[in-house]
Design a protein around this ligand. Structure first.
Ligand code: ADP
Length: 373
């Protein structure tokens, strides 16, 4: 693609000349404008990669330097100045902009080319640096969010353990067995909660660093999901009726069992966690010619539209979670695990009406990742 250069030059003949030179040099010139004001509107329209700006503009109320300042406040476009003479005052003023280059008229083609290319290279380097900074900033924010979420999530089960062991110690001779059992169970479930969180954190770490093993093996998905569903239902003590519907048929599919466990277990746990007791959860497995899809629907609290886009970001939780516990890690693992299978996940939800997550995995004829090893 050709580099787009906007020319700002108030003398028509010179403007034409510059335009022709630029075209000869292989650039694209969407427009030659004659005033600073016009330059500002055309930048918005054409989004050029560079602007060649005459400093002395007689038309319009502002000169090239002022126009550049306005443009640079809004856009990150390198600007190369053109000027008829090299007076030191103008040069000094041009330095108050983010100065990318300076050419004194009349100039030859080679000078023009070199100045433009240097300015473009510098702009590219600057933009990469900006991206690196932004990434680092994002990473730092993520790290601090991570530390605060994880420490918070550890603190709750730890204080439960501290409390229950303390009580058990104090009342060991006074309490009967069932009373003690309540506290042993609380301790165990707190430990489980912490272990799960640690597992999630380790998994995310592995995925982020690209070290997550991906070992697709042939399994019977219908049975596999059926078993996990029963396990979850037991854990939930049957407080939500879960229905399991299967459409189509396929004896075996190659998937990574461990990752799939993450996917299905998270979606099912969320459906249970975010819906009132007694409401139904539907799981549907559909085999079609080129893909298999799994939908998990609940009749729970739903997800506000503005949060739906961001659910799969690490630590992101919707605003309506209230006191329901969570870390916002699960769905980001799910998304990555689905993507490792070449698939995609989508959500359809309405506040207080329920939520449906749909996972679609293309079958091996479309998806070489899933061929048997
Ligand atoms: P969490 O540990 O918070 O449950 P997840 O990553 O599993 O983290 O989910 C991210 C967020 O997506 C949740 O905090 C919640 O706001 C929303 N969410 C996920 N599943 C459901 C669901 N079935 N119903 C309503 N909200 C959901």
């Amino acid at each position: 693609m050709k580099t787009k250069i906007l020319v700002v030059e108030d003398e028509a003949i010179i403007g034409m000349d510059i335009r022709n030179t630029l075209l000869r040099l292989g650039y694209e010139v969407p427009s030659v404008v004659i005033s600073g004001e016009e330059a500002i509107t055309k930048v918005d329209q054409y989004q050029p990669q560079l602007i060649l700006m005459d400093i002395q503009l007689k038309k319009g109320g502002i000169d090239g330097i002022e126009a550049s300042k306005i443009i640079q406040e809004k856009w990150q476009i390198p600007i190369v100045f053109l000027t008829a003479h090299s007076d030191s005052k103008t040069l000094e003023r041009s330095k108050s902009t983010n100065l990318f280059g300076y050419i004194i008229k009349p100039f030859d083609e080679k000078d023009l080319y070199t100045t433009i290319e240097i300015a473009l290279a510098r702009a590219k380097a600057e933009s990469e640096m900006r991206k690196a900074w932004a990434k680092e900033k994002e990473l730092n924010e993520l790290k601090s969010r991570f530390v605060s979420t994880v420490s918070h999530e550890f603190r709750t089960p730890l204080s439960t353990i501290a409390l229950s062991t303390g009580l058990l110690e104090k009342y060991k001779s006074k309490w009967d067995e069932p009373k003690k059992q309540v506290h042993f169970q609380r301790i165990q479930s707190s430990i489980k909660q912490m272990t799960n969180l640690l597992d999630d954190v380790l998994t995310i770490g592995q995925i982020e660093s690209g070290n997550m093993p991906f070992n697709p093996t042939p399994i019977n998905l219908t049975q596999f999901l059926g078993q996990m569903l029963e396990e979850k239902q037991d854990l939930d003590q049957n407080l939500h009726p879960i229905t399991y519907q299967i459409e189509g048929e396929l004896s075996q599919i190659c998937i990574d069992e461990k990752l799939f466990r993450h996917i299905f277990s998270n979606l099912l746990s969320n459906a249970i966690k975010y819906s009132p007791l007694g409401t139904e959860i539907k799981v549907k497995l559909t085999y079609s010619e080129h893909q298999v899809s799994i939908t998990v629907s609940d009749q729970g609290i739903g997800i506000p539209p503005q949060d739906q886009q961001r659910l799969f970001e690490m630590f992101y939780r919707a605003e309506n979670v209230g006191t329901i516990q969570g870390t916002g890690v699960g769905l980001s693992i799910v998304k990555r695990a689905v993507e490792m299978h070449g698939g995609q996940i989508t959500v359809d939800s309405e506040v207080n009406q329920g939520t449906t997550f749909i996972v679609q995995i293309p079958l091996p004829d479309q998806n070489p990742d899933l061929l048997s090893p």
